[in-house]
Design a protein around this ligand. Structure first.
Ligand code: PEP
Ligand code: MG
Length: 330
């Protein structure tokens, strides 16, 4: 079994019908980079940078500390791409710091709809600038992609891109070396999925955060046990938004990845392949099982079944039945 897994690690993820699929890792701290490499990840698809800021008794990492943390991951990945997400603080990831922002957060009745992620960063431009400078500096050591979470308004696209440009200018002014980064956005809110053409105009790549996309599409708090049974990734509205985002991004010639839990759940692998997804980012421990699935999938045979499931009122049942028929026909 160990040997089999070791062989699997170095084997590229190619479907039975020859489609190459990229498998990436989600990490939370620089120390997770080793596990990502060990699992055979082809890069980091989501570095949840907010974990550098949490549980530190109020003292936040400065530019040098952040730079070193990002740089360590970039070096550990030896040239493979590292996607660093700017902080997604707020809601389920509180920051233990007393500040105006936090006071506002604590008094918010609905933290998931309150000041979090890019909203937080834009409300605290000093803190955001420090992070952007640190990420740009780390980019000189390898391949870095900068990812912005939770954008829901076109004004936030302009404001975030403007801050990134200002971070480059300030580094130039200070004579500090930095590298090139591709800039991407997460699609986590229905509004974002519904205005995808605007994102495609401004960003280099797209990453779908299904955890939040499900929460906000279905109005189900992802942390509330009492409605957990209604949190349904198979919901036709969710699958519709995921599929249309994948297809429209590919049609625009840009890269699209899923970095939410759906990407690491083998129940969805074939379906996601069939709607066109070729890049998955997940916890390193989920990588071998997802790779196995891909190696055994004939994607083309499943494409018509996926199209049917997407327009039905019970996608899960339609998919299950259609999949059996498609496999019997091979
Ligand atoms: C997501 O929402 O799917 C996602 C990957 O971000 P997080 O789980 O960190 O909110
Ligand atoms: Mg999210």
């Amino acid at each position: 079994e160990r040997d089999r897994l070791a062989r699997l690690r170095h084997r590229p993820a190619v479907s039975l019908d020859g489609q190459r699929v990229q498998l990436l890792a989600n990490i939370e701290l620089p120390s997770d980079a080793a596990a990502a490499v060990e699992a055979g990840a082809e890069g980091v698809g989501l570095f949840r940078s907010e974990f550098l800021f949490m549980n530190r008794g109020g003292r936040l990492p400065d530019e040098q500390e952040q730079y070193e943390a990002y740089r360590d991951v970039v070096i550990a990945l030896r040239g493979l791409p590292v996607t660093i997400r700017t902080i997604d603080i707020g809601a389920d990831k509180p920051l233990d710091r007393m500040s105006l922002s936090e006071l506002r957060h604590e008094h918010s009745l609905n933290p998931a709809m309150g000041l979090r992620a890019i909203r937080w960063s834009l409300a605290d431009p000093g803190m955001f600038m420090v992070q952007l400078r640190a990420i740009l500096r780390a980019a000189q050591h390898g391949s870095v992609r900068l990812l912005v979470p939770m954008i829901s308004h076109p004004g936030e696209i302009r404001a975030a891109l403007d801050m990134i440009e200002r971070a480059r200018e300030s580094l130039r002014r200070d004579g500090i070396a930095f590298g090139d980064v591709a800039v991407g956005a997460m699609i986590e809110v229905p509004a974002a999925a519904l205005m995808l053409p605007i994102f495609l105009k401004h960003f280099d790549f797209i990453s779908i955060g299904t955890n939040d996309l499900i929460q906000y599409t279905l109005a189900i708090d992802r942390a509330d046990e009492s409605v957990a049974h209604l949190y349904d990734p198979w919901h036709p509205a969710v699958l519709g938004l995921v599929a249309s985002t994948i297809q429209a991004t590919r049609a625009a010639g840009k890269e699209v990845c899923i970095c939410g839990e759906m990407a690491g759940d083998a129940e969805f692998t074939e379906m996601l392949l069939a709607v066109g997804l070729r890049s998955f980012s997940m916890h390193p421990s989920q990588l071998p099982a997802i790779k196995q699935r891909i190696l055994r999938t004939e994607i083309a045979a499943l494409e018509p079944q996926a199209a049917l499931a997407l327009v039905g009122d019970d996608p899960r049942a339609i998919w299950a039945a259609g999949r059996v028929r498609a496999l019997a026909a091979i």
